[in-house]
Design a protein around this ligand. Structure first.
Ligand code: ZN
Length: 204
């Protein structure tokens, strides 16, 4: 880092020396600039910790999905069954890349196993990890479908997300609307599609 580093001791810090998964010094600097730009006083009591510590820590957590070393391990179990595995109502929180604001709602996942299954809780952990990045809903839906397909070597995967985007709700563009997106890998039979749809309907 060159000039403008706002935090503590700037004498011997370089880009190479931050050892966390994100550059917290850069995040602190950027957050302080943001506060300044909106007319706030980054030095007032309520805000010092905000840019020095809290926002950098929050962004570290909210961007875990960029880091492969934090991808959940998906230990699989052998199975002879090829019945559709369905998990509905997985809470999902992600960040819209257009406005850096959250979109949140539920994810529903179904897959037809091809010799292996994973624990249902692993599906939820995978969805959580995959959503911790800047994205748009359609891409996230596809990322989850393809990621799960790879992780469980499934015959077919279907994913549906229903979310509210705070960039719409808070700005009054389309208050309280739900956006639904779907992605599939492989082919579900008509019967499997019905089962997935019925399971999702039973959530509501
Ligand atoms: Zn947005």
């Amino acid at each position: 880092m060159t000039d403008g580093t706002p935090t503590h001791d700037e004498s011997d810090e370089t880009d190479d020396e931050h050892d966390g998964p994100v550059d917290r010094d850069q995040l602190a600097h950027a957050t302080r600039l943001l506060l300044d730009a909106i007319g706030e006083d980054p030095g007032r009591d309520g805000l010092v910790e905000t840019w020095e510590r809290r926002v950098p820590a929050a962004y570290e957590e909210l961007t875990r999905g960029y880091r492969e070393d934090e991808r959940p391990t998906m230990r699989t179990f052998d199975t002879d069954a090829d019945d559709l595995v369905v998990k509905t109502g997985i809470p999902i929180y992600s960040l819209c890349e257009h406005h850096l604001l959250p979109f949140h709602g539920v994810a529903h996942v179904a897959y037809r196993p091809d010799g292996e299954v994973v624990g249902l809780s692993k599906l939820a952990r995978y969805v959580k990890w995959a959503s911790r990045k800047l994205t748009v809903q359609e891409r996230l839906t596809r990322d989850i479908a393809e990621g799960l397909d790879e992780a469980v070597a499934a015959d077919a995967v279907a994913v549906e997300l229903s979310t509210t985007h705070l960039c719409e709700a808070m700005r009054g563009v389309e208050a309280h609307t739900t956006t639904t997106s779907r992605a599939t890998v492989g082919d579900l039979s008509a019967d499997e599609r019905d089962r997935f749809r019925d399971a999702i309907a039973a959530e509501h």
